[in-house]
Design a binder for this molecule. Structure first.
Ligand SMILES: [Cu+2]
Length: 139
């Protein structure tokens, strides 16, 4: 059995080929990455499928019968919320929430429902534990 001696000149083509592969995979990788980052789904800019109104003080009762379909984006306008601070979160981390204020200064909760089942929206500020509502996500 014979072993060829290591020689840089004999392996030049191999090194060149590896270099070309590395460079092209870098270019291709960057291209794919750019394609994804140019078209992200953003709940902030998503158009809600519908808008419902709930009173901040009776939000649990007002949203009692709320049912969302998987994939649905809904805006919940909280009346009586002008001038107060709240930080609403969802119990299910697979669903998304985006809180913003509309032109009247009312808090709006935009929810993207992705996972079937029950979920709960609650204000996480201390003393605001009473501000919560259950809703169901089902087809
Ligand atoms: Cu609150």
């Amino acid at each position: 059995m014979q072993f060829s001696k290591f020689s840089f000149t004999n392996n030049k083509k191999t090194y060149l080929l590896i270099l070309i592969i590395i460079l092209f995979s870098g270019i291709l990788g960057n291209h794919i990455h750019e394609t994804y980052t140019n078209q992200p789904f953003s709940i902030e800019t998503a158009k809600p499928n519908r808008t419902v109104v709930a009173n901040l003080f009776t939000v649990g009762y007002d949203l009692n019968d709320l049912a969302l379909e998987p994939g649905e984006v809904i805006d919940i306008v909280l009346i009586n919320s002008v001038g107060t601070d709240h930080s609403f979160v969802l119990s299910n981390p697979f669903n998304s929430i985006y809180q913003y204020k509309n032109n009247y200064g009312e808090i709006v909760l935009r929810i993207l429902a992705t996972t079937e089942g029950l979920d709960n929206v609650i204000c996480e500020l201390p003393g605001h534990e009473g501000l919560h509502a259950n809703f169901i996500i089902a087809n």
